[in-house]
Design a protein around this ligand. Structure first.
Ligand code: GLU
Length: 415
């Protein structure tokens, strides 16, 4: 199979939205390309004394609605087109939950699983030194994403602060709580997704207390999704996996036990009980709620027809390709699209920025309550638009988000 290019997928999605909204082609052209991008070569001294050059990117896709916002990924398969796509999705995501922010994304081609903590720190710091001129609290604010952690955010914030000669907590979000992080940021992506699942279940009249869940990916989003599905709804998580494989157990999997197993052995596939399952098989299980929480392009025209879940809640960015969307819609599967479902992360990142600017930390309950309001309003507006226009949930989310971005560009006199 030819490798799917996520940026081509974004362009297809924008074209579809432009068609629904009957956008001026000149406006569509602006929406289809990133405004600015930075390409970096970063020499890092490795523990064995050699110097290795890493390649990194930062893309500011569109900042019409406010400073660019979006995470930094450390991934061996990172490409500039993936970062472009992810920065576009960040633009729609921030508009979707009506944050006064634009969209950006960063990435470094590297395999953090094979690097020492010292090597990761040196890589994080040199990346920050090189994006220094390009970012800032009022320009572009990075955050964690795939394989980047609060510790990495702490090093990056420290490097930026050292260069500025003063503490600059607002330059990056997802920081550890003692140095300007927000309470509730750790599980925010998953919790936000749970609020949308709760609303979807109301719309579909599905009793979540009796529901079964399968979770693909067991990083920050996947682990907390499994944990919160059990805690918030009393639902049963019957399957979990990560990049190395996973387990299915119809009696239910304890999310904490799976987490401990991954910490200890490197993968949830080493759970003692249950049947071995691959990270492709997990998508086709007969469950009520399927949560892709890993990487892009996992639901394609090849497997979409075999999916049995009633709800697909996309905590990953870009898990479903456009051809698969059509198949899922025809099958009546309710898809909560990525830039709606996983907007909880950036929403609490935005709360973190507000707390940093005002030097006033909030209680966790306040964070969660405000997050619930944002996600519930966003979900219900997408559901309504999807019903009004008779379009799928992703197209409906696009219609709302793109309208907001275009409105801002018009008001600023860009188009
Ligand atoms: N990386 C997360 C995302 O894709 C969070 C971005 C942020 O907090 O800025 O939404």
């Amino acid at each position: 199979m030819a490798k799917l290019n996520p940026f081509e997928i974004v362009q297809k999605q924008v074209d579809k939205c432009a068609q629904i909204l009957k956008l001026d082609p000149q406006v569509t052209a602006v929406l289809k390309s990133p405004m600015r991008e930075l390409h970096l070569s970063l020499p890092v001294r490795m523990d064995d004394g050699t110097i290795k050059v890493f390649h990194g990117f930062r893309v500011q896709y569109n900042d019409a609605r406010g400073p660019a916002k979006g995470g930094i990924r450390f991934h061996p398969d990172e490409t500039i087109d993936t970062v472009r796509a992810l920065s576009a999705w960040m633009t729609w995501k921030c508009a979707m939950v009506d944050l006064p922010l634009g969209g950006g994304k960063g990435g470094i081609i590297c395999d953090p699983k094979t690097m020492s903590s010292g090597e990761l720190e040196r890589l994080s710091r040199i990346y920050m030194r090189n994006v220094f001129q390009f970012i800032g609290p009022e320009r572009d604010v990075p955050a964690p994403d795939v394989y980047t952690t609060p510790q990495i955010m702490a090093w990056m914030m420290d490097e930026y602060s050292a260069m500025m000669g003063k503490s600059q907590f607002g330059v990056i979000t997802g920081k550890p709580i003692p140095i300007g992080g927000s309470k509730g940021r750790g599980d925010a992506t998953a919790r936000g997704g749970m609020f949308t699942i709760r609303e979807a279940a109301k719309a579909l009249k599905l009793d979540l207390r009796k529901a079964t869940f399968a979770v693909q990916g067991y990083g920050n989003a996947g682990y907390y999704a499994a944990k919160l599905a059990k805690e918030m709804f009393g639902a049963k998580v019957v399957a979990v996996c990560d990049s190395k494989g996973g387990k299915y157990n119809e009696k239910g999997i304890d999310p904490e036990e799976a987490f401990a197993c991954k910490e200890k052995t490197g993968s949830v596939r080493n759970l003692k009980t249950g049947k071995a399952i691959s990270n492709e098989e997990i998508l086709e299980l007969d469950v009520d709620v399927l949560i892709p929480a890993a990487i892009e392009n996992v639901i394609t025209e090849k497997n979409a027809g075999k999916i049995k879940a009633k709800i697909i809640a996309e905590l990953a960015n870009g898990p479903t390709i456009p051809e698969a969307d059509d198949i899922l819609y025809k099958k009546g599967i309710h898809v909560i699209p990525d830039f709606l479902c996983n907007a909880g992360g950036v929403t609490v990142s935005y709360f973190e920025m507000v707390q940093n600017f005002s030097l006033y930390p909030w209680e966790e309950a306040e964070v969660q309550e405000r997050l619930d309001k944002k996600m519930t309003a966003a979900y219900n507006s997408v559901l309504k638009t999807s019903r009004d226009y008779k379009i799928n949930m992703r197209q409906a989310a696009y219609v709302i988000a793109v309208k907001r971005v275009v409105e801002a560009m018009k008001l600023r006199g860009w188009v």
